[in-house]
Write a protein that binds this ligand. Sequence first.
Ligand code: NDP
Length: 308
Amino acid sequence: MAEYKSDLLIIGSGPAGYTAGIYAARAGVKSLIVAGAQKGGQLIKSSEVENFPGFTEVISGYDLMHRIHKQAMNLGVHLIDDEITEVDFYDHPFVCSSASGNSFMSKSIIIATGASVNWLGLPSERKYIGHGVSSCATCDGFFYKGKEVAVVGGGNSALEQALYLTNYVEKVYLIHRRHSFNAEHALQKRLFENRKITIFWNNVVDEIVGTEEPLEVTGIRIRNVKSDKKKFLDVAGVFVAIGHHPNTEMFRRYLQLDAGGYIITKPKSNATDIKGVYAAGDVCNPYRQAIIAAGCGARAALEAIREL
Ligand code: NDP
């Protein structure tokens, strides 16, 4: 058990957290990033990034975060592989404690804890998570080589995952509950042109079916919400890509959250209602864009540095 003292504590190590760390290090502020359960954040699992400025070729999320990590290390950012599990914003300096039993005392804090995936909420989904049900095509797509799989959702994540999976699988069934996607035009165009993908519009998943020993998915029951027509699809894997929620539960008792659970920051600022506490990235906006998160991280750090 260790006790860390810093002027600026950054919770989370996605693009927002790292960028905040880089700005703090360059300003000579005594700062610390606590990486969280998934160092590098959600981008680590992203297959292709082609909208982060500065890269002429498509770069994987993993490579992008690896470069950002290296840049941060070169600049002397201090990063700890631990996860903050409790915060106390009532007293100042603020005190946080971690999963490893460490305590962190800091004059200011940037919350950059990102977002987590949403699940459908079916009992059969819970049963097969990790055994055929996944939220990450980049992580698990390889295991379905030559098989048929389903992707659920109609946003950028679902379309990206469906397209990525066609590198491995024979067939992707894309199940979407409406008759249009809310994904980028470029992704939709690529999807419609891909012969390995069949779209089931206006359909929802009622049940994920599989075996007991070994625990393996063998299919899904889907239902058309307009006609009530039911269908069984033989698939070996189901990729759920139906959006995300911000990781803000730990802060709920201290900070104002909006209806979506995002931390409310002051207008044109990353400051929260508590002096010395800032929020940056997917915890305070729903865009899930690395560049926006990085920009937020920079602004939060500049605001924190100015106040120190
Ligand atoms: P979105 O919120 O954009 O889309 C979620 C999709 O899932 C919608 O089609 C929604 O349908 C559907 N959905 C939600 N709940 C359910 C449910 N219970 N059952 C069935 N379907 C459901 O989430 P994404 O994760 O796709 O994207 C989030 C943000 O991240 C967006 O801002 C997106 O632009 C961004 N993003 C950007 C990427 C990039 O730039 N390359 C890559 C990935 C994400 P409905 O439309 O009916 O609500």
